[in-house]
Design a protein around this ligand. Structure first.
Ligand SMILES: Cc1cc2nc3c(=O)[nH]c(=O)nc-3n(C[C@H](O)[C@H](O)[C@H](O)COP(=O)(O)OP(=O)(O)OC[C@H]3O[C@@H](n4cnc5c(N)ncnc54)[C@H](O)[C@@H]3O)c2cc1C
Length: 385
């Protein structure tokens, strides 16, 4: 049913790993609100999460198009990339802006799975989407920075050795542009957690390991700053197009999963002496959901192609994220409706996937922020905030 015949061997490779984790595995993990450690380990050992690490550092240096196919296939096969996508792209900041020493120290170990760096602390409780207003401050004292502040929704922290941290290094009042004066740091969590970083897990709607963190006099050696002081927001933003395209691919994988599941059930469920798929009230929404997933997938390929060609792709990356998140959410709703009451039973996996895919209307960037970007930067309308 999938109309894209490309990347079949890549898809087969990913699927052969993900298929080792059946629906029972995911139900148990979800119920226990546990981290799918074996699943992440298996993907790491098979090399799928080091796709974007250059070969000289032990990765496979695949294109973003191929990396997006990996994420898509994980979700299409019933898995949840949300548990491991950070391991694929958080290190991109080190690849693009890190020093030679940082690359040599981290990338080979991330590629082999010896180190995990799948956590990124940007969002703060009081400032939300208005990132330049963030309050966490890193004060330079000799060869170290002393950091104080608070972050929220810092995901996968308990399953990471290193975390990327965005903090202000020059007070807002002293910078010409509010996007300046922010810096990015590598935080060694093995040393900091329980001492200068206090972690409070947030019980949430999905099984997404995420936390509120309190930073109290955290010392970071200067050599752990990535790139130049004050340019941190630019470095983080540089990575966001890749992140958006990969998240779009996850939504596309979810979308295909929902459509397949809905179509199969509609074909075999007989009510009033006919398969429910015969009713256009059931068939058309599934067909429409499929059309929308396919369209979102094309925009994903276009965005990833531009990214790989090092051409501007901000508009396409944002549009692919919006289209894919909408398509997967629509497909989720159609799939649930097609299953009637059974859609609510955990053993069908639909309610879990329904919750998981809903996240992408909000994170890592909410739909309104994408529409604002398109309105302002693509269509030339005034900034509304
Ligand atoms: C499960 C989960 C995992 C996450 N993981 C991470 C992570 O690992 N690292 C990290 O840094 N962050 C993470 N986040 C945070 C996520 O990126 C933010 O929740 C998201 O960017 C929205 O920010 P906010 O929640 O502060 O919403 P707010 O900024 O408070 O916005 C609330 C609502 O108002 C809307 N809104 C705000 N301003 C405007 C405007 N000017 N015009 C129109 N609408 C507007 C928004 O679109 C949104 O719908 C995660 C979030 C969740 C839920």
């Amino acid at each position: 049913m999938h109309t894209d015949n490309n990347f079949e061997s890549l898809r087969d490779g990913v699927r052969s790993v993900v298929s080792q984790f059946d629906s029972r595995y995911w139900q148990e993990i979800d119920e226990a609100r546990a981290f799918p450690e074996k699943f992440v380990q298996a993907l790491t050992s098979a090399g799928w999460l080091s796709a974007l690490i250059p070969e000289e550092y032990g990765g496979s240096n695949l294109s973003l198009v191929e990396a997006s196919v990996i994420m898509e296939e994980i979700n299409r096969a019933g898995g949840n990339s949300g548990a491991c996508h950070g391991q694929m792209y958080v290190m991109g900041c080190v690849v693009r802006h890190g020093s030679q020493a940082q690359k040599e120290a981290l990338l080979p170990k991330i590629a082999s799975g010896e180190l995990r760096m799948q956590s990124m602390a940007v969002t703060e409780p009081t400032t939300g989407s208005d990132t330049t207003q963030l309050k966490t401050f890193a004060e330079r004292k000799g060869d170290r920075y002393i950091v104080n502040g608070q972050k929220v929704w810092t995901s996968r922290l308990q399953h990471s050795d290193y975390m990327l941290l965005l903090a202000r290094t020059t007070p807002l009042a002293e910078v010409k542009k509010k996007s300046e004066g922010l810096s990015v740091f590598l935080v060694d969590l093995r040393e900091a957690v329980g001492k200068s970083i206090t972690v409070r897990p947030i019980r949430n709607m999905v099984n997404h390991e995420t936390n509120e963190i309190f930073i109290d006099n955290l010392e970071i050696p200067v050599e752990n700053r990535i790139g130049e002081e004050g340019k941190g927001l630019k470095y983080i933003l540089d990575g966001l197009n890749a992140e958006r395209i990969l998240i779009a691919a996850e939504c596309i994988g979810d979308g295909y999963w929902f459509v397949d599941k809905a179509k199969d059930y509609a074909n075999q469920r007989v009510v009033f002496d006919r398969p429910i798929a015969k009713n256009q009230g059931i068939q058309f929404p599934i067909a429409r959901a499929f059309v929308n997933v396919e369209a979102a997938s094309l925009m994903r390929y276009e965005a990833a192609r531009l990214f790989d060609a090092q051409q501007p792709c901000g508009a396409q990356a944002n549009m692919s994220k919006l289209l894919a998140a909408d398509a997967s959410w629509e497909a989720a709703n159609v799939c649930l409706q097609t299953h009637g009451g059974f859609g609510f039973a955990a053993e069908y996996d639909i309610e879990r996937k329904f919750r998981e895919t809903r996240l992408y209307q909000v994170a890592p960037i909410s739909t309104n922020m994408i529409l604002s970007y398109i309105g302002e930067h693509v269509l030339g309308m005034p900034r509304s905030y």
